[in-house]
Design a protein around this ligand. Sequence first.
Ligand code: AMP
Length: 397
Amino acid sequence: MPQYQQRRRPTYGRANYPRANRSASRAPKKEYINPAKFIQPAKPIDETPYVPTHMFADFDLHPGIHRNLEAMGYTAPSPIQDQTIPSGLAGKDVVGIANTGTGKTAAFAIPLLNRLIADPGSTALIMAPTRELAQQIEEQCRLIAKGSGLRGAILIGGVSMGPQQQDLRNKPRIIIGTPGRIKDHSERRTLNLAQCNIIVLDEVDRMLDMGFVNDIRHILSLTNPEKQSYYFSATLDARVRSIIETFSADPVHVAVKTADTSENVDQNVVVYKSRHEKLDILHALLAKDHVVKTLVFDDTHHSVEQLSKELAARGFQADAIHGGKSQSQRQRALKRFKDNHISVLVATDVAARGIDVSDITHVINYSLPQSYSDYAHRIGRAGRAGRQGHALTFIEG
Ligand code: AMP
């Protein structure tokens, strides 16, 4: 029985290969992007420190949460936390415009977990675009709520339903998952959405990019009408606004000035003439001293797998992450990358979404992104935690 006071048994440990998605294994259609947009020097990092209006000690939180935040080394809230937590604790709906890396997870997790502890009749549902992000949210919730006895369930695809159904039978108070699997459980009646009265939609724009709009609307319509909602998104476009307007009457808006994370990233192109030369150029780049930790993007499951094998054969510590791998394989590759056991991770766009690795020095677009928005998401992975990163995009010349 997973409880936030103990390390829960992982529900994603079983080797369960998702069937290869045919469209994902073919090269995606791409929109034309002017190559000049891939060249941009990094802007100097704004060193002006944010002065929070609160400290964590000022918030009216359960003593256990205060203790856990202290143990986690959280003393001063980040801007999004500073501005979201008071509204969250007051029970208001919140729209947070913030990227990954701003501390947005704790911004909703702290007030949400505090309410779950204070109000035993409440249940939270957190939706995220990817399995990786769902797991990262779960890890943070577990740390913040340690010792509370709150039970959780993590509902992600690519693993069998059985253990998740078992977790759901144990009446979890915090349910975290991806929209597809949450909908699956709801349709099988293993999850009663009507009990969920605290809802979080994390990375709403990405979930919509991934085609989850109908699932999200359907899921939200089945949750408790008297709910408190949190929406987090890097952008507030018409699609995101439309969802918020349907489900929330008067949300508080919080936008943190993160600028575009790609502003921290020094961007340039690499021109190649033939496929063989392309690999040699990548080899030479990865062998440079200052290229320490690199995320390399390629198009398909197959090309990502092959490139990582070719790099490994050339002596690089490389691994691959893509949707054709089982969840446990993806987790393992990501952990090895985080822990510096490998220095090169080759990925598809979808598999790389939401990964929280703060010290990536380089992003290499071995193949062109599908859109400029995908490009910005890719290279933002190298500009994390206020660090300057580098992005190199391969262009055929
Ligand atoms: P997120 O944007 O939620 O993915 O958070 C980015 C990283 O910042 C995570 O590794 C968090 O553990 C860390 N973090 C978030 N808030 C704080 C804080 N107030 N103090 C120190 N670290 C934090």
